[in-house]
Design a protein around this ligand. Structure first.
Ligand code: CP3
Length: 347
């Protein structure tokens, strides 16, 4: 484990995001907090996911758990992409093993108009949690996050998780006025939610567009990118680096970079060596296949070494998995992976 920096601004994570020289390749894991940790499962006994996200004592402790255990270079705020919707009054739940489920899906302009805009008064527990965390984390930076408009729209329109996003795309293609109103509404909520987190002390933000890979580049540019770009432009005003991530986005990476990212997240299906030329002078984040932690440690670390080597061609590289930690991941493997990546000499 490397020593944490004196302050977040001097951390390897923020240096890489700002495309400055780094002491080592920084590493953190999407979904590093959560069911893979026994200490998380113990804390969550009998407490619902949304309730946990709204209880600062739990948010602080759960966010810190992987930082203590692994010595990762950044913490990610424990919350969920649908939390801001819940906070403004959308009737939804997060069902264990399923994900976010809406009481009534959004289908019409009236449904969209019924969703309030988000103000800091909706989320005092977020402000409190972030402030306390930043105090506890010292030099380790905290990443705030929001769901991108397309991915959040998918949950709202489908009413729950979906593989094909068929109803969502049917609205996108067939009811462009409803689509524009919905995407605009979510973009405003996401921008306001990120502003709350950064005002309270978050050092960077990640915009999760997990399901954007369902769109062709042409459709992404026309129906999705303007709204993500609006969120990312608002985040730029906050003065912190912005990471833009999606899954199955090999063909979208240039557009996701153009949308306004400082760091482009790459899933494991696209080799970093192919991704790097597509993102201009930005940094990249990724991208070990999350199933490699189930292989023997030496097999996993050999793949990690190859990714760090490929990352040297980028202007900046933050090591991560290509998507979230799988719940039955062995934490010992993530600890070994963190130490391994941090110990590789920079040149
Ligand atoms: O450690 C971290 O990365 C921070 C926490 C975090 C959660 N959700 C906690 C969570 C983050 C960044 C998210 C974002 C999120 N939520 C995304 C984008 C990231 C991605 O994985 O692509 C998406 C698509 C969601 C929607 C969502 N919420 C899903 C698909 C699920 C999983 C359903 C399940 O149970 O398998 C959730 C619930 C959720 N969010 C859990 C956690 C820890 C599991 C709830 C539990 O522990 O009971």
């Amino acid at each position: 484990m490397t020593n944490p920096p004196a302050e977040p601004s001097q951390s390897a994570f923020l240096k890489a995001a700002r495309v400055e020289p780094v002491p080592h390749t920084p590493v953190w894991f999407m979904r590093q907090a959560g069911r893979s940790l026994p200490e998380y499962r113990a804390l969550r006994q009998g407490v619902g996911m949304l309730e946990s996200c709204m209880t600062p004592d739990l948010v602080v402790e759960i966010t810190l758990q992987p930082v203590r255990r692994y010595g990762v270079d950044a913490a990610i705020f424990f919350s969920d992409i649908v939390l801001p919707l819940k906070a403004v009054g959308v009737d939804l739940d997060i069902k264990p093993g399923v994900g976010p489920v809406m009481a009534s899906p959004v289908r019409t302009l009236a449904d969209v108009a019924a969703i309030p805009d988000l103000t800091p008064e909706h989320v005092p527990f977020i402000t409190e949690s972030v402030r306390r965390l930043v105090g506890e984390l010292g030099g380790t930076p905290l990443i705030g996050f929001a769901g991108a408009p397309f991915t959040v729209a998918s949950y709202l329109v489908e009413g729950g998780p979906s593989k094909e996003h068929a109803r969502t795309k049917a609205m996108m293609f067939g009811a462009p006025d409803v689509w524009a109103a919905l995407m605009d509404k979510i973009a405003g909520i996401a921008a306001a939610y990120l502003a709350v987190q950064v005002s309270a002390g978050a050092s960077a933000v990640q915009l999760f567009d997990s399901w954007a890979g369902a769109c062709t580049p042409e459709d992404y540019r026309r129906y999705v990118m303007p709204y993500s770009a609006r969120v990312l432009a608002a985040a730029a005003e906050l003065g912190v680096p912005r990471i833009h991530f999606g899954v199955n986005t090999g063909s979208l990476l240039p557009l996701m970079a153009e949308a306004g990212a400082d760091v482009v997240g790459v899933d494991w299906r696209t080799p970093l060596s192919s991704a790097i030329p597509l993102v201009g002078d930005r940094a990249v984040q990724g991208n070990l296949d999350p199933t490699l932690v189930f292989a023997p440690t030496d097999v996993m670390t050999a793949r990690a070494a190859a990714i760090v080597e490929a990352g040297r061609a980028a202007h900046g590289h933050i090591f991560n998995l290509g998507h979230g930690v799988i719940p039955d991941t062995d934490p010992g493997q993530l600890e070994a992976l963190t130490r391994f990546v941090q110990s590789i000499p920079v040149s």
